[in-house]
Ligand binder design. Structure first.
Ligand SMILES: [Zn+2]
Length: 128
C-alpha cells in the first residue's frame, strides 16, 4: 500500500519534470514531433493498399447508387431548382413592391388619397 503511493508519486513527479523539459526544449519537442510524423507516415504507407481498396469500393457503391437513382435524382434536382426559383421570384417581387408601392390613406378633411407617411394633405394642406 505504502509502496504503491510512492510509485504513483514518483511517476507523477517524472511526468511533471518531463513536461517541463518538453516546454523548455524546442529541440526535444521538434524531435518528438518528427517522430510522430514519421510514425504517421509509416502507418499511412502500411495501409496505403487498404485505403485505396476501401475508397475504390466506396466509389463503386456511390456510382451504383447514382446509376440506379438517376431519374429520381434528376427529378429531385429539378424540384429543388423550381423551389429556389419560386423563392427568388417571390423575394424579388417583395423587394420591388417594398420599393415602389406605398400604403395609401385618405385625408381626414377632404378625402383625397395621400401617402400614409405624409403629414399634410397634398390637396387641402391640412394636417393629418
Ligand atoms: Zn385634404
Amino acid at each position: 500500500m505504502h509502496a504503491l503511493v510512492i510509485i504513483i508519486i514518483v511517476i507523477a513527479v517524472l511526468l511533471i519534470i518531463f513536461t517541463f523539459i518538453l516546454m523548455a526544449s524546442p529541440k526535444l519537442r521538434g524531435k518528438m514531433l518528427s517522430k510522430q510524423v514519421e510514425s504517421m507516415r509509416y502507418m499511412l504507407d502500411e495501409s496505403k493498399d487498404d485505403i485505396a481498396k476501401l475508397s475504390s469500393v466506396g466509389v463503386d457503391i456511390k456510382k451504383q447508387i447514382l446509376d440506379e437513382n438517376e431519374e429520381n435524382l434528376k427529378d429531385i434536382a429539378k424540384k429543388e431548382a423550381d423551389i429556389k426559383s419560386v423563392g427568388i421570384k417571390s423575394a424579388a417581387k417583395a423587394v420591388k413592391d417594398g420599393l415602389t408601392k406605398r400604403d395609401t390613406m385618405y385625408c381626414k378633411h377632404c378625402g383625397s388619397e395621400i401617402d400614409s407617411d405624409s403629414k399634410y394633405c397634398k390637396k387641402c394642406g391640412k394636417e393629418q
